[in-house]
Design a protein around this ligand. Structure first.
Ligand code: PLP
Length: 423
């Protein structure tokens, strides 16, 4: 089935954009990452769990602004105080006192962290964390997991020209997530040169099923870092407070030296944070940390309000409940339709893949069929549940999924499955 939706205005804007904006829409929001003809290019608004595109099509949204919406789009408990502050002044010469209150609150909340530095993007936070580890240890090498995303800077992005990888990633080493032997070998081969290991709390590579850490793995990271004088950085930007209000490291029982958070920290208002342990405070203090917009008041007010709203609405527990409903429903509908459809990762941050199709071709068809039915699920990037989602949203999603799986099983997919079986 081709999309019944109309994207005339989306297309029109994209054609205009292509003339004045490199790539039209650049980076991860490029239409190329979705399924052409089934997804809008431009959105004009959102409320709660629902987004509306420029052609007036509505969707139950499971991308949540790439994770940034945790208590729902346009939540008045967040927007109210944020807009109030915007009227009184956002970007001031000196910080607003809410900066102190937010730092105190995060240090109280997040396990093992003693100080906070506020930045704008997640990339700012991860880059600063690795720089502080390098400065403190006097060592150069950063160790990361293959396929992990820590931002769009040249030191960590996998989407850069070779000239940057050869120069700026010269001192970055990669190993397979959960593979203790490979990590040990890296430490052995780079004796006295490793400044830090940066990891996400669980592995969420694009285009692949998500992978939870084994308890032995996180323990091994800690032991190796301590023994070899390297720091352990937990990049919690994507999961943020979706797994635990004490940070995802607490959920998995890990003890990092620094933690980066962002995305959902202020329900979409631009702010990220680097948190660190006491041992690194002196080095962090000696850094010239600045950015024109980094201390603006509105996102900090929004972050305080988001934390209140998270607590009021049931936080990670409620997210897991809704995510489990979605997971169980999708897996069982998939099975009934004859697919090995599997949700990986924590239920609050789910991703669907088909065991029979590692190339994600079925994901694309499934997500296209869901978009046709008013449900926005990304075919290549993990999804997010928010506290604005309701049981009714999940029911409507599952009823769309029943049809989508049937559509997949019929006509087109039969052809595709035959091809797989012939191989
Ligand atoms: C784990 C992780 N780290 C870092 C980043 C980079 O954050 P930002 O896009 O805000 O720079 C992201 C963004 O997706 C992320 O998921």
């Amino acid at each position: 089935m081709s999309s019944g939706k109309k994207f005339a205005r989306s297309r029109e804007y994209f054609e205009r954009a292509a003339k004045v904006i490199p790539g039209g829409i650049y980076g991860s929001k490029s239409p190329g990452f979705l399924v052409p003809g089934h997804f809008p290019y431009y959105l004009e608004g959102a409320k709660g769990s629902c987004i509306v595109d420029v052609d007036g099509n509505q969707y139950i949204d499971y991308l949540c602004g790439y994770g940034s919406q945790i208590v729902g789009y346009g939540n008045p408990a967040v927007d109210g105080p944020a807009l109030d502050q915007a009227r009184r002044g956002d970007l001031l010469n000196q910080p607003h006192p809410v900066m102190v209150e937010l730092a105190e609150r995060l240090v109280d909340l997040v396990d093992g962290m003693d100080w906070a530095v506020f930045v704008k993007n997640g990339t700012d936070a991860t880059t600063l964390a690795t720089s502080i580890a390098r400065a403190d240890t006097g060592k150069q090498i950063v160790v990361a997991a293959e396929g992990a995303y820590h931002g769009a800077a040249n030191w960590c992005s996998t989407n850069v020209f070779p000239v940057f990888t050869s120069a700026e990633q010269r001192d970055v080493r990669f190993f397979s997530y959960n593979n203790i032997a490979q990590l040990e070998k890296l430490f052995k081969d780079n004796k006295n040169n490793i400044a830090c290991v940066i990891l996400t709390p669980y592995h969420h590579p694009t285009y692949k099923p998500q992978q939870l850490p084994t308890p032995e793995f996180l323990k091994a990271v800690e032991v190796l870092c301590q023994r070899e004088g390297a720091y352990f950085i937990m990049d919690d930007i994507r999961a943020n407070f979706r797994l635990s209000m004490a940070g995802s490291h607490s959920y998995f029982g890990a003890h990092p030296d620094m933690v980066t958070m962002g995305k959902a920290l202020a329900n979409g208002y631009p702010i990220s944070v680097l948190l660190g342990a006491e041992a690194l405070k002196k080095t962090a203090s000696s850094f010239f940390i600045t950015g024109t917009y980094w201390m603006s008041a509105v996102p900090m007010i929004a972050a305080m309000a988001t934390l209140n709203e998270m607590e009021r609405l049931g936080g990670p527990h409620r997210l897991a409940q809704l995510g489990t409903l979605l997971k169980n429903g999708l897996e069982s509908l998939g099975e009934k339709a004859g697919f090995k459809a599997r949700i990986s990762g924590p239920p609050a941050i789910p991703f669907l893949t088909f065991d029979e199709d590692p190339n994600l071709f079925l994901n694309q068809r499934f997500c296209a069929a869901m978009a046709d039915r008013g449900v926005f699920m990304h075919p290549h990037h993990n999804w997010f549940i928010s506290l604005a989602h309701s049981e009714e949203d999940i029911e409507r999603t599952l009823s769309a999924a029943r049809e989508a799986f049937e559509e997949l099983r019929g006509g087109f997919s039969a052809l595709f499955m035959n091809k797989i079986h012939e191989q």
